[in-house]
Design a binder for this molecule. Structure first.
Ligand code: NAP
Length: 252
């Protein structure tokens, strides 16, 4: 699928969807920087990629912190090469109904998703515009359409869609495309934590979710990774500023 060796950064890639994306991009021939809060937590994914014959680097980065992002991206440029693919995947949930939602939980969710995607994109755009080629993929969610108990998360995920469309307009002329993947229920630690909070066994939560999804199952990180591989490929250059729902059906 890809002829040129390029360097990709995947944020929040120590586990879940990010780990799946990092492994898939590496299998497709990309050099991959695995960003997560704690560098040691990246080791499992980095080792798996290297053991499979790929090239990966784990970097401890807090995407909501400008200095941390700048240092992490500079390290990637030096140790792997200019990062011309960025997948803004790092995410957290801090769910609560409006009347119980704290300002801290509002700010934390905004900072990781929106500020993080802004800082990462701003830091990496110079490498992409210089190369006259780049791919940015932002993780939104079906929650962007509204979800009870997630006023912070749904606002952030709707924000990711606006950010995507403006990046697409600003960077398109440099050969840089920006697109957004909005997953439905994907089986990860994040959805397990939701099940735990609701005091529903994860298997039951998965079965309940699958019943509502037309393809009859919940998603796996590999489902999102496959779409991400296409959106960051050399051949996806005419797809720009799109939001693609990957949710096993047409409705959230
Ligand atoms: P996950 O299993 O919770 O993984 C998220 C990763 O992001 C964790 O490794 C986490 O590190 C890391 N992270 C959190 N804050 C960070 C920060 N400030 N800087 C760097 N890394 C940070 O979540 P997931 O389910 O794979 O979700 C990945 C993305 O898809 C998120 O943006 C999520 O909102 C989105 N999404 C998920 C679903 C779903 O059903 N799972 C659906 C729609 C959208 P720690 O473990 O150290 O906190």
């Amino acid at each position: 699928m890809n002829d040129t060796v390029r360097t990709a950064i995947v944020t929040g890639a120590a586990r879940g969807i990010g780990a799946g994306v990092a492994k898939r991009l590496a299998a497709d021939g990309r050099q991959v920087a695995v960003f997560d809060l704690n560098e040691a937590s990246c080791e499992t994914v980095v080792s798996a990629i290297n053991a499979a014959g790929g090239k990966a680097l784990g970097v401890g980065v807090d995407v909501s912190d400008a200095a941390s992002v700048a240092a992490g991206v500079a390290r990637v440029a030096e140790e792997l090469g200019a990062p011309t693919i960025v997948v803004n995947n790092a995410g957290i949930t801090r769910d609560n109904l409006l009347f119980k939602m704290s300002e801290q939980d509002w700010d934390m969710v905004m900072n990781v998703h929106l500020r993080g995607a802004f800082l990462m994109s701003r830091e990496c755009q110079k490498y992409m515009t210089e190369a006259k080629w780049g791919r940015i993929v932002n993780l939104s969610s079906i929650s962007a359409l509204g979800n009870r108990g997630q006023i912070n998360y749904s606002a952030a995920k709707a924000g990711m869609q606006g950010l995507t469309k403006t990046l697409a307009i600003e960077l398109g002329k440099f050969g840089v495309t920006t697109n957004c993947i909005a997953p439905g229920f994907i089986q990860t630690e994040m959805t397990k934590e939701t099940a735990d909070r609701l005091k529903i066994p994860f298997e039951d939560f998965i079965a309940m979710g699958a019943k509502e999804i037309p393809v009859g199952r919940v998603g796996q990180p590999e489902d999102i990774a496959a779409l991400c591989a296409f959106l960051t490929s050399d051949e996806s250059g005419f797809i720009n500023g799109q939001v693609i729902y990957a949710a096993g059906g047409p409705k959230a």
